[in-house]
Design a protein. Structure first.
Length: 234
């Protein structure tokens, strides 16, 4: 039994289909004639996630041209991410500025590259793993294992929740107006956090000053009492 032999249990992570496989799936389900105008760039943007391929097939079957179907998918995903960036969601453990940091950080990597887990954790969440897990559960980010051949260990990298989201993140970062507004939100959160830290330091300094003042008053009062006693003896 596997319960008796845990070393025989291995975990397999499903990978997204590559562009060539996606095109073959579409041709098999729709026929090559209905894929006119569907370029490799379109397939790269949609990616190989099952639910995205299924949505693309459904749109084309409804008579939507292939390139328009891709555009609809991208725009729909972009609306979702924009809404989260501008309004947030009440059940999330992450903040809107943290999501924007995640979008910027992931978009700064090259194609097919991820952000090392620890770098992402501290850059985006300041070490808050609860917030990171919450964002992962929302399918906004993914954790991909990468084997390090030099040390024979697994290292995790953070990527977009899907290739479709990766395309959306890239487009959002290139939107200068939106990026400026969200960068300002991040700056405000950073200033608020630093101000909270400064306020805590100031409160601690005030407490220390009060302790020093109390000790100083005690020292002066005790020495004044001793001086009076000495005078009376004389």
């Amino acid at each position: 039994h596997l319960g008796d032999r845990p070393e025989r249990l291995s975990v397999m992570q499903l990978q997204d289909a590559d562009a060539g496989s996606v095109r073959r799936i579409l041709e098999r389900n729709l026929g090559a004639g209905r894929l006119t105008g569907l370029t490799d760039e379109h397939l790269k943007a949609v990616g190989g996630r099952y639910r995205d391929i299924a949505a693309l097939v459904a749109h084309i079957r409804q008579g939507v041209p292939a390139n328009d179907a891709v555009r609809w998918l991208i725009e729909g995903a972009e609306v979702t991410v924009r809404r989260l960036l501008l309004a947030g969601t009440p059940d999330a453990k992450w903040t809107r500025p943290q999501l924007w940091r995640a979008v910027r950080t992931i978009s700064s990597t090259g194609d097919g590259q991820g952000v090392p887990y620890d770098v992402f954790l501290w850059t985006v969440f300041r070490g808050d793993e609860t917030a990171l897990r919450s964002m992962k559960e929302a399918s906004l980010i993914s954790l991909d294992p990468r084997k390090m051949e030099s040390i024979w260990q697994l290292r995790y990298e953070v990527t977009a929740g899907s290739p479709l989201f990766a395309e959306v993140y890239r487009r959002l970062v290139q939107n200068e107006g939106l990026a400026a507004v969200l960068d300002l939100e991040v700056a405000k959160e950073d200033i608020k956090r630093e101000q909270t830290t400064v306020d805590a330091y100031e409160a601690e300094l005030i407490r220390l000053e009060e302790i020093l003042d109390a000790r100083r008053d005690w020292w002066w009062s005790s020495h004044s009492s001793d001086a009076l006693l000495e005078q009376r003896r004389d």
